[in-house]
Ligand binder design. Structure first.
Ligand SMILES: Nc1ncnc2c1ncn2[C@@H]1O[C@H](COP(=O)(O)OP(=O)(O)OP(=O)(O)O)[C@@H](O)[C@H]1O
Length: 623
């Protein structure tokens, strides 16, 4: 089918001017205001412009809270360009929503350390930031058989507080439920493990004073009631508005907190694309954002500055509301590029080579390609568990170096690798590194986290190639670590030295650490989960849909809709499928020019026909 291409230049100019005028109204509007936008409409750009238009020397600042780092990074870049570093400093605050709740609603009201509990309160991004010995625990299913031991980490569980409950409920699903021999554990045993995890978490919050997002929100909720008058004063003295970006991902609790903040007199500018809500599993029932949308006048941002007309057409087929299943107007210079949507049948990984070939033909370099999946287990080269460091500390360091030297490693794995590298430096120098949290390392040894990051970057440059035999690798690594003291006060390395795992001295370090070799194109092209690339963009995107039940449900949910048909049905299964479809929507809307879907061959005819019904230019490409 011929692609629908807007070749009318005058029409394009009109659309662009209208879209620019809409963006200008977002920049200038007085809060409270709601902004609803389609993908690529320039939400991030409008937030950055609004902030950068702030006059200098104002007594109050703006808080910008987002779920992604993209807006914050853009504001930093623009402020730097404009010579306006003041836009990043007090009284402004550019942070995550969690960070905003913690800094302004929770931390000021937490009790001071006492003699009986001198630990300061701290917020953790994830349980991985807690000391290893606190977050890890062992489950012995049979007390008479101490050899049957299973190690767990709080970071592997999902937690939620149920209404009225004081303690969180833990669940263990996905790979974490079955890997490392856990498949043998019965559901009752896993339930017992989950109870242990919930108990451990409560202890960490109550006794160790460690808060993650849930504890932060619960405390914020209480303090907003108890200290409402004080908060009304302090927030008004500091800020004239709070911008909430990516608000479609607010949970019920987030919305409740924001409504309370707004009721205290801080005006909100809420920016959302309801079709991009991909954290629905945090909230059951209708999207939480619906309650916020009714609180102020709405500005719509229409027109997509990122994607081609074909990609806009593809995205429209995935929207839940029938009246929104109309393609957004493509406004980019490449709006009329004639590249179809490619459907590629799974073929033992050959589909990835096909994608690279298509991108090469379209003159899109590997660095501008993105390979995405809903779950990390679907990503190439990652099924073997190479996303986690091996338990042996020497191999963990080799793993971290290998991951950080691959451009293709996904964001979450890179963060873990960076932490692993920093931990290796600390373990080498400090006797108590495994038992202390990063805050304590600062208090007890003067370890500065920025300095530690710089050391890790230096170590990454100087540590040997991972193809080196393990024994030689370890001895060279010890020499590198020896010259990287993590604080001025520590002059001698007193920690645990790296040792060669027994029997592995002559084998390549990378092989022992479970690193897989990527092809040269694969090494330069980023692979990631969709949740990690929100707000980002790339010229070419390949989305991998695995051969599983979730894909079956997702595809039948998607292909059940018609251009003017009814909204797709509700119910728990349909909600899961609808969320999976929104994840797919976010994935394809990252693309500027080329989109390919790799899926099991048997589903291709239905998807092909479905896209044809909507008039989307589609091609089936053989692997
Ligand atoms: N007025 C404009 N003129 C030219 N390019 C623009 C304009 N507005 C946005 N863009 C470009 O369009 C792309 C998408 O913009 P942006 O990332 O701000 O959109 P978004 O609404 O935040 O997208 P999403 O929600 O899908 O992540 C970017 O490359 C941006 O530079």
């Amino acid at each position: 089918m011929t692609p629908q291409i807007d070749t009318d230049l005058a029409g394009l100019q009109r659309h662009r001017q209208a879209a620019i005028a809409q963006q200008a109204s977002v920049v200038a509007a007085m809060a409270p205001r709601i902004v609803i936008a389609c993908p690529g409409a320039g939400k991030t750009r409008a937030i950055v412009e609004r902030h950068c238009a702030s006059p200098k020397g104002q007594p109050t600042g703006r808080a910008v809270a987002s779920f992604t780092k993209v807006a914050a990074a853009e504001i930093r870049r623009r402020a730097h360009q404009l010579g306006r570093s003041d836009l990043l400093e007090h009284p402004h605050a550019i942070t995550t929503l969690d960070g905003f709740f913690w800094r302004f609603l929770v931390r000021p009201f937490l009790p001071r350390p006492t003699n009986s509990n001198p630990r300061p309160f701290r917020r953790l991004e994830s349980w991985r930031d807690a000391p290893r010995e606190l977050r890890q625990f062992t489950y012995l299913p049979d007390p008479g058989n101490p050899k049957a031991r299973y190690a767990f980490d709080l970071a592997e569980f999902q937690f939620r507080y149920v209404a009225g409950g004081q303690a969180p409920v833990a669940t263990l699903t996905g790979l974490e439920r079955v890997e490392r021999g856990r498949k043998q554990l019965t559901d009752d045993q896993i339930a017992a493990v989950c109870q242990l995890a919930a108990k451990r978490r409560t202890t960490l919050a109550n006794d160790e004073h460690m808060f993650t997002g849930e504890e932060t929100r619960r405390a914020a909720y209480n303090f907003l009631t108890t200290y409402a008058d004080r908060l009304a004063d302090t927030l008004a003295q500091r800020f004239h508005e709070l911008v909430v970006d990516e608000a479609q991902d607010c949970s019920d609790t987030d919305v409740e907190l924001l409504l309370r903040v707004s009721a205290l007199g801080l005006p909100l500018l809420v920016i959302a694309d309801p079709d991009q809500a991909i954290y629905g599993f945090r909230t059951q029932g209708p999207p939480a954002i619906t309650r916020l949308l009714a609180t102020a006048d709405v500005i719509h941002l229409r027109g997509n500055w990122r994607s081609s007309s074909v990609i806009c057409g593809l995205a429209a087929t995935m929207r839940a509301e029938p009246d929104r299943r109309v393609a957004d107007t493509a406004l980019a210079d490449h709006h009329c590029i004639g590249l179809p949507v490619h459907l590629i049948a799974h073929a033992n990984g050959a589909e990835i080579a096909v994608f690279h070939a298509l991108a090469t033909t379209a003159q899109i370099p590997p660095a501008q390609r993105l390979i995405l999946a809903h779950a990390s287990a679907t990503l190439p080269g990652m099924r073997s568990g190479s996303r986690r460091p091996p338990p042996n500390p020497s191999l963990a360091l080799v793993w971290a170096v290998g991951i950080l030297r691959q451009a293709s490693a996904d964001q979450r794995t890179r963060v873990l690798a960076e932490q692993t590298l920093q931990t290796a430096i600390l373990r080498h120098w400090l006797p108590d590194a495994d038992r202390a949290a990063s805050v304590d390392l600062h208090d007890n040894h003067g370890v500065d986290r920025w300095h530690l990051r710089r050391l890790a970057a230096r170590a990454l440059q100087e540590l040997p190639d991972t193809s080196t035999p393990m024994a030689a690798w370890c001895s060279a690594a010890r020499e590198v670590l020896d010259i990287l003291p993590p604080a001025p006060t520590v002059g001698t390395p007193l920690g645990i030295k790296l040792t060669t795992p027994s029997g592995g001295g002559n084998r390549a370090a990378g092989t022992l650490a479970g690193l897989t070799k990527a092809s040269s194109e694969g090494a330069e092209c980023r692979t990631d989960t969709v949740h990690q690339v929100k707000g980002e963009e790339a010229d070419a995107v390949l989305v991998l849909l695995p051969d599983d039940e979730r894909t079956v449900r997702l595809l039948s949910h998607w292909t059940a809709s018609h251009p003017s048909g009814p909204a797709t049905p509700s119910g728990r299964d349909s909600e899961d499928a609808a969320e999976a479809l929104r994840v797919l929507y976010v994935a394809v809307t990252r693309a500027k020019r080329l989109v390919a879907l790799a899926l099991p061959e048997q589903h291709i005819p239905a998807v092909n026909q479905h896209l044809g019904t909507f008039g989307v230019h589609v091609e089936t490409t053989k692997s």
